[in-house]
Design a protein around this ligand. Structure first.
Ligand code: SF4
Length: 435
């Protein structure tokens, strides 16, 4: 059963009289477990929908509509599938106490993997999940492989029950499912010969494995440092050499690199990033793979050369980011200055909530941003990383973006890629956070 949380105006649902609180029971006689059932079972032109209205009345609707026209309801969020693993490097273990409850949930959900590109380990699948993935063609999925040696993978996941991942992926591949995969590199465990074995095994699965990224493990001040450590520069260079070998082979065989190092891996190895063309369609940019080159590409394509019509010439704009992007931003700022005529100042902030080892912009607490900007009356605008707030505009430390904005002397904008914020030159008054 699924519950309706909103009915869209002028939709089929509104015409039928569905309401907030209506329970969706079956479609064509099939029970509804989650949003996947709803989307796939209602994809037909003709459906028989059985509902229970908030007053208890049960109604069956025979619906015929043009293919592709949505029914027009929002659904209660799915109950998240919990993780069956206990990785030493789990980010949840690295959180300080006292944050909002939802942040402590270890999710490992193949449905979110398909829908949002969240990485899942596939270690908690039930037989009916396997059937569903194939029946609904949930492809591509995003899979945390980490290691293909079953013993090493079980060690990394701290899960003696974790299935052997290569037979599992092969089973799906034979049924038409493909994958983007990642290896979170833990030095001394799955680097070196283990990394070579993992990449060899994944390469052997052929076209079903669309890409693999190698990402250095990220730890906070609160992580289990007695059990896991971050890689050294030397270890990152060694891992990049392995990545390069496989990428060269894939370019020769398949015409694209297939195997990618995360931007952080290059940064920690002190090696220059590959050019934008290397990353193809930037399939793993949300995983920090090619993010810098993607930004540069977006800026050049979205804003044009010479600042035409952007309206920012002569302004001073602060760009707030995490320490990881600090050294990479100088590669982006000249593009921004050339295309807007503005002066940009990069404010790479230390993470005061998780400790200095957490360097990603998306985890910056609002209070660190407040401290960095509250006296900066010289700035005409500040751009903040949009991924550092959730849908309710809350930063990790529960500061709300509008509250932050009302305590700053300059307007702020939440930006994913600069273009989303800078192509509109209308600067709102300070005190507002604008996406
Ligand atoms: S798979 Fe590992 S890192 Fe991911 S949520 Fe589970 S325990 Fe944490």
């Amino acid at each position: 059963m699924l519950k309706v949380t909103a009915v869209h105006p002028d939709s089929i649902a509104a015409e039928l009289g569905l309401q907030e609180g209506t329970q969706l029971l079956t479609v064509n006689g099939r029970e509804l477990e989650d949003f996947l059932d709803w989307e796939f079972l209602t994809a037909e032109e003709e459906i028989l929908l059985h509902v229970r209205q908030p007053d208890g009345e049960e109604i069956e609707y025979d619906i015929e509509r043009p293919l592709g026209e949505p029914i027009g309801v929002s659904l209660e969020p799915a109950r998240i599938r919990r993780c069956a693993n206990r990785c030493d490097f789990c980010f949840v273990d690295g959180l300080p106490d006292g944050l909002r409850d939802v942040l402590y949930i270890r999710d490992d959900d193949y449905r979110l993997s398909f829908r949002y590109g969240n990485f899942a380990t596939l270690t908690n699948l039930k037989p009916w999940d396997l059937e569903r993935i194939v029946a609904y063609r949930l492809s591509p999925m995003y899979v945390s492989v980490h290691a293909t040696d079953p013993v090493v993978r079980r060690w990394l996941l701290r899960n003696p029950e974790a299935p052997d991942v290569i037979p599992q992926l092969r089973w799906f591949a034979e049924r038409g499912i493909s994958f983007h995969t990642q290896v979170v590199m833990v030095p001394g465990v799955n680097d070196g010969a283990q990394l070579v074995r993992t990449l060899t095994d994944l390469y052997g699965l052929g076209d079903a494995v669309l890409s693999v990224s190698v990402v250095p493990v990220a730890l906070t001040e609160f992580s289990k440092h007695t059990l896991v450590r971050q890689p050294t520069g030397e270890e990152c260079r060694a891992a990049l050499a392995v990545v390069d070998n496989f990428a060269a082979r894939a370019v020769a065989d398949r015409g694209q690199p297939w195997c990618y190092g995360a931007d952080d891996l290059y940064l920690m190895a002190d090696v220059a990033l590959p050019p934008a063309e290397w990353y193809g369609d930037f399939e793993q940019r949300e995983n920090g793979v090619g993010s810098v080159r993607y930004l540069q590409t977006r800026i050049r394509a979205g804003m044009g050369e010479g600042g035409r019509g952007t309206g920012w010439a002569g302004k001073r704009i602060g760009v707030v980011t995490g320490m990881a992007m600090g050294p990479l931003m100088p590669q982006i700022v000249p593009d921004l200055e050339r295309t807007t005529g503005a002066h940009f100042e990069v404010l790479a902030l230390e993470n005061t909530l998780f400790g200095p080892s957490v360097t990603t912009a998306g985890l910056l607490p609002g209070k660190a941003i407040l401290a960095a900007l509250e006296d900066r009356r010289d700035l005409d605008l500040a751009l903040l990383p949009a991924e550092s707030v959730n849908d309710d505009l809350l930063f990790m430390d529960d500061l709300e973006a509008h509250d932050l904005a009302s305590n700053l002397p300059m307007p702020i904008r939440l930006s994913y890629d600069f273009v989303d914020s800078l192509t509109d030159p209308t600067v709102r008054p300070s005190g507002q956070a604008v996406r």
